[in-house]
Design a protein. Structure first.
Length: 144
């Protein structure tokens, strides 16, 4: 398998990644720059045989565009660990899209991942109780 990537500061241009990839897997934070990153133009740029996988954040993919892409065959399939909104209401149109798999935000549900998450939480808790900066602080600027 040939693996290519696109990042803020390195990798191939997004357009190249979309047009060449059989699987596009999203792994990025939700920011102003990534909100709606994958919409109609990006989905149409993908191969008709390609699959989209989103394990990042729901709003990175424009839900209405994804629904149309699946119904109209712009892409072959999609797998979502996250949605927008989350959870999807039972009557949401995306749930009727063909070739779509949605799981309830469980991509990190392996035993190893859960153990690592617990260890990070314990490290942060013990540091906080001792009056020390948390070693795994998501916003270290609070200590500035």
């Amino acid at each position: 398998m040939r693996i290519i990537h696109h990042g803020r500061t390195d990798g191939v241009p997004l357009e190249e990644l979309l047009s060449e990839s059989d699987f596009v897997s999203l792994h990025c934070p939700l920011t102003a720059a990534t909100r709606g990153l994958i919409g109609e133009p990006e989905l149409r740029a993908m191969k008709p045989s390609a699959s989209l996988v989103n394990v990042a954040r729901g709003p990175i993919v424009q839900t209405d565009a994804l629904e149309r892409a699946l119904h109209e065959g712009w892409i072959a399939a999609a797998a979502l660990d996250v949605t927008d909104p989350e959870p999807l209401p039972a009557d949401h149109p995306l749930l009727g899209a063909p070739r779509l798999t949605i799981v309830p935000h469980i991509a990190s549900a392996t035993s190893a991942a859960r153990e690592a998450i617990a260890a990070v939480a314990v490290d942060n808790l013990l540091a906080g109780l001792a009056g020390r900066p948390m070693p795994h602080c998501a916003n270290p600027e609070v200590y500035g």
